[in-house]
Write a protein that binds this ligand. Structure first.
Ligand SMILES: NC(=O)c1ccc[n+]([C@@H]2O[C@H](COP(=O)([O-])OP(=O)(O)OC[C@H]3O[C@@H](n4cnc5c(N)ncnc54)[C@H](OP(=O)(O)O)[C@@H]3O)[C@@H](O)[C@H]2O)c1
Length: 333
């Protein structure tokens, strides 16, 4: 497994990370605590150290499960969590109603983006308790809050860093202009953005910006929530409460189009003796400026399979062939 720096923080983290959103259950049709813990252990045993979660993933469930899983192996993990999405407030910027996103254990609540110093401090203390640790390695602002000056947010994060409660600061869903504002106050070590073969918007702004400024880029949803694994055939059914049930990208027509694209990858996958998931992750990690791929996994088998992609190196020719098939697929939408 390749390790790559998290910006200028001095922390190295596995290029393939474990994304812990799905194990929170909410928006993913539920979770099994025992299987999730086994998946996390399998990931660590297979060389993954970067694990990404957030308080919003299952309203604390993901962090609590992760806390149990790493209690006896905290030193093997580069622990990343987030702040900024809260549901105990009417302040900040309204983001969504949780009932529109599926039922959750706290009832149907409004979720706000809030990054005031007081809220960040309260959120971090709750995360540390759930994660059963005294520090977070990478603390990220989950979404950006237009109601709080970035200087105040970053000032609070720098204070937490000085206190030793967090070791590095990252942002997520942020533009390069917003990163400029953060960086007036202190170093930004990572930017977490949606990126996969099917979601390449950051190639225009955040990727080149981060590459130029030594900021790690953590791709989220690199498997397009499972679509790029080659294992979501036309017959796959999603459980109630699974966001994919109503996502047009998971329509049978879209699945067929993506299956055709994946077909073109098979000779390359065969040549490397890897699966389509592994090929997809390896392609993602080969993109200029893209440093880490956060791959969601709910089972030990998925975690092990994804981890192995951290050792796959594709040639320039193979990368070009894959890119051409991706572009042909995009042209059909
Ligand atoms: N910052 C943000 O705003 C933000 C937003 C989204 C995600 N994230 C982060 O990014 C991480 C990854 O994104 P994601 O979970 O949305 O999507 P993803 O990694 O693209 O896909 C994850 C899903 O794909 C399926 N899968 C994964 N590996 C597989 C394999 N080897 N074989 C077959 N199926 C496999 C699993 O679902 P099934 O088994 O159910 O099919 C899994 O839950 C999240 O966990 C989270 O940490 C951050």
């Amino acid at each position: 497994m390749r390790e790559r720096p998290l910006g200028q923080s001095g922390i190295e983290a596995s290029a393939v990370g474990f994304g812990a959103w799905a194990i929170g259950g909410w928006m993913w049709g539920g979770t099994s605590e025992a299987e999730s813990i086994q998946a996390i252990h399998a990931a660590i045993d297979a060389g993954i150290d970067l694990i990404d979660t957030a308080p919003m993933y299952g309203f604390g469930t993901s962090e609590s499960i992760l806390g149990k899983a790493i209690r006896d192996r905290r030193d093997k993990v580069v622990l990343a969590t987030k702040c900024g999405l809260v549901c105990n407030t009417r302040s900040g910027e309204f983001k969504f109603n949780s009932d529109a996103m599926g039922p959750n254990p706290d009832g149907h609540v409004g979720v706000f983006v809030l990054l005031t110093p007081e809220s960040i401090r309260t959120e971090l203390e709750a995360s540390l308790k759930r994660l059963q640790t005294d520090h977070v390695d990478l603390y990220q602002t989950h979404w950006q809050d237009s109601t709080t000056p970035i200087a105040e947010t970053m000032g609070a994060l720098m204070d937490l860093k000085r206190e030793g409660k967090i070791r590095a600061i990252g942002v997520s869903n942020a533009s390069s202009a917003q990163m400029d504002e953060y960086r007036k106050i202190g170093p930004v070590d990572s930017d977490q953005e949606k990126y996969s073969m099917l979601d390449r918007a950051i190639e225009a702004d955040q990727l080149p910006y981060c590459d130029k400024n030594g900021i790690a880029v953590l791709a989220y949803s690199p498997l397009a929530q499972g679509l790029l694994t080659g294992k979501v055939g036309p017959d796959r059914k999603f459980a109630d409460g699974d966001q994919r049930l109503r996502n047009p990208r998971f329509s049978v027509e879209s699945r067929r189009r993506i299956a055709k694209m994946l077909e073109a990858f098979k000779p390359i996958a065969k040549a490397h003796d890897v699966t389509l998931s592994q090929l997809t992750i390896a392609w993602t990690l080969a993109q200029p400026g893209l440093t880490h791929a956060l791959c969601g996994a709910r089972t030990p088998a998925q975690a092990r399979e994804n981890a192995r992609a951290g050792d796959v190196e594709l040639t320039a020719d193979e990368l070009r062939t894959i890119a051409a098939a991706v572009e042909a697929c995009a042209a059909q939408t």
